[in-house]
Write a protein that binds this ligand. Structure first.
Ligand code: ATP
Ligand code: MG
Ligand code: MG
Ligand code: MG
Length: 558
């Protein structure tokens, strides 16, 4: 590629809207441009990096036996209504209508779509297992799009979905995907951690996040340097800080004589039982937060209000919520929290808060449900730097990171809601066991830059660099220099390298600045030493080390 014909609009100044290195350098280096908040254009340089990342992912997914397909971005609302997510997803879901006034959404993720495909085409255990993936544009109307490609409203994801006949098989598939993710993030040369994640609102059996260590990351994780344990702070809270059982005692006063089981509550609230996914209890200081995660919002509001009245509760104030450490994004957009019935309490600690993950939607003085499992009592306050590791008791470290991948063992959440059944060997109809596996492909571009840059610009790892070799002809008015430049360019191309030849008529200083900014890993500079028949070779990651190469030996050198 000739720089004079290329489109590489580099900038000298930091763009005012950019705060983190990846955002600054991707804009300044002419990799991306912003069209609107959280919506980006991939310019030729950025597109090359994107394709390299995609192909690394594609190769590893194919190796693992996953089948690539491409699902529509436009998805009919009916599918989302079947799982309840049409109502639950909230404002993050981009919604639109067609000319006949039918509702559609731009896919933020594709569990519904792929489950629909599978239920229509899979009948028997003989048709399974299946494991699909796609690399596709996703849409999420994020509340705070920021940091360039890190949090976009339109972004590119690799999303995968597996379908197995048994939980045992599904776990095996999950393990294969986990290994595949390790290979992908190692191929991409990232310094990352795999952490236990909270299944939260998506539900399912278990989940892991892959988190790249960067200072600007929004994910908070604790990890143990001794034994390798790592979890995001929510998951660490859930799994490892149980309350002593002896603190539990039955309530003397039963507040809700009419409702005494999950089934009855569901009936009372006009809510299908299977839509109640689970109840989680969080503790903060001397209070508890009871969260009943349901799969939808179709609740009879009047009955709910009556129930809350019967429970003798009142809305929690924003100050109380702050005290409790309830923060925005805590439960996630798919979780809605509702009070359940009272049967149990914890000695002296029966003051609970229940509510949605929104301001002014909380109640305090609610009590725990009888069916709430003891294992689900976890201590919110203790997952932080210096706490004993739940595995080996060594003090935990805390760090921030960027979530680049997330895998879930979903179980039957979607297959049950959408009736994706198969006939098993025993002739019985069973729901398919699912898993889902996401990678933030466009976010990875930023994650790599966050880890590979200096104060001059990007330092691409070889595997994802937009070009392998950057040739700088410092004085293009000198015919000998220009000729040498083209000669090396042609030779390198013949050897299969991706080469960018900077033969623009601009100052050597500008050429070096651009080269440092766009970060191509190998560089050949054609300057004064050409008089001795030599060119300079340097690596972007060690610009101070220069190696003189004889032009006559360039073929071998390349
Ligand atoms: P986050 O916690 O950052 O909001 P998420 O947990 O909502 O991400 P998932 O639903 O797990 O995201 O999606 C799979 C992957 O897609 C994430 O691990 C992340 O790398 C990427 N991703 C999610 N949201 C965005 C976004 N707005 N912009 C770019 N990449 C994203
Ligand atoms: Mg999100
Ligand atoms: Mg997340
Ligand atoms: Mg996630």
């Amino acid at each position: 590629m000739l720089a004079s014909r290329y489109f590489m609009p580099t900038l000298k100044e930091n763009p005012s809207e950019a705060q983190v290195p990846s955002h600054i350098y991707l804009i300044r280096g002419g990799f991306i441009r912003s069209l609107a908040a959280g919506i980006y254009e991939y310019l030729p340089l950025g597109f090359r990096v994107l394709k390299k990342i995609e192909n690394i992912i594609r190769k590893r997914m194919d190796e693992a036996g996953a089948l690539e397909l491409l699902l529509p971005i436009l998805t009919p609302a009916e599918l989302w209504k079947e799982t309840g997510r049409w109502d639950v997803y909230g404002k993050e879901l981009f919604r639109l209508k067609d000319r006949k006034d039918a509702d559609f959404a731009l896919g933020p993720t594709h569990e519904e779509t792929i489950t629909d495909l599978v239920r229509k085409n899979v009948r028997s255990y003989k048709d399974l297992p299946l494991n699909f993936y796609q690399i596709q544009t996703k849409f999420r109307d994020e509340a705070r799009p920021r940091y360039g490609l890190i949090r976009g409203r339109e972004f590119i994801m690799k999303d995968g979905y597996s379908f197995d006949v048994s939980e045992e098989d599904a776990i095996k598939t999950y393990e294969v995907m986990k290994e595949t993710y390790h290979k992908i993030f190692q191929d991409l040369k990232l310094d990352y951690l795999m952490v236990e994640a909270d299944v939260g609102a998506i539900g399912g059996k278990f989940s892991h996040e892959f988190v790249v260590k960067v200072p600007s990351g929004e994910a908070h994780i604790v990890y143990c340097e001794n034994c390798g344990y790592a979890a995001n702070v929510e998951a660490a809270k859930f799994h490892h800080h149980k309350l002593p059982v002896e603190n539990l005692k039955p309530l003397e006063k039963v507040y809700t004589p009419n409702v005494s089981s999950v089934e009855e509550v569901a009936k009372f609230l006009n809510l299908p039982t299977e839509k109640i996914v689970k109840t989680l209890i969080y503790k903060a200081d001397d209070r508890f937060v009871a969260v009943l995660i349901r799969g939808d919002r179709e609740v009879n509001e009047t009955k709910l209000a009556n129930l809350l009245k019967a429970l003798d509760v009142r809305p929690a104030t924003p100050e109380e919520l702050k005290d409790l450490g309830i923060v925005e994004g805590f439960v996630g957009p798919m979780g809605l929290d509702l009070p359940i019935y009272a049967d149990y309490s914890i000695k002296e600690l029966y003051n609970f808060v229940v509510g949605a993950n929104e301001k002014d939607y909380h109640y305090i003085n609610v009590n725990l449900g009888r069916d709430v499992k003891v294992e689900e009592f976890y201590d919110l306050a203790t997952a932080k730097e210096g706490d004993p590791c739940p595995v080996c008791k060594n003090p935990l470290k805390e760090t921030t990171g960027l979530e680049v991948g997330h895998i879930f063992l979903l179980g039957t959440k979607y297959s049950q809601a959408m009736k994706a059944y198969f006939t098993d060997k025993d002739g019985k109809e069973k729901p398919i066991i699912m898993g889902c596996y996401g990678i933030g492909v466009s976010r990875l571009i930023s994650a790599i830059v966050e880890q590979y840059h200096d104060d001059k610009g990007i330092i691409w790892p070889d595997v994802v660099a937009p070009f392998d070799l950057h040739i700088l002809v410092l004085n293009v008015k000198d015919e000998k220099s220009l000729k040498a430049g083209f000669e090396i360019y042609e030779k390198a191309k013949r050897q299969g390298l991706d080469v960018l030849l900077d033969e623009r008529d601009i100052s050597p200083g500008s050429k070096f600045k651009d080269a440092d900014l766009i970060g191509i890993p190998n560089r050949i500079v054609i300057g004064k030493s050409l008089n001795e028949g030599k060119v300079e070779y340097q690596r972007r990651d060690k610009v101070e080390e220069k190696q003189l190469v004889d032009l006559l030996e360039i073929d071998n050198f390349l």
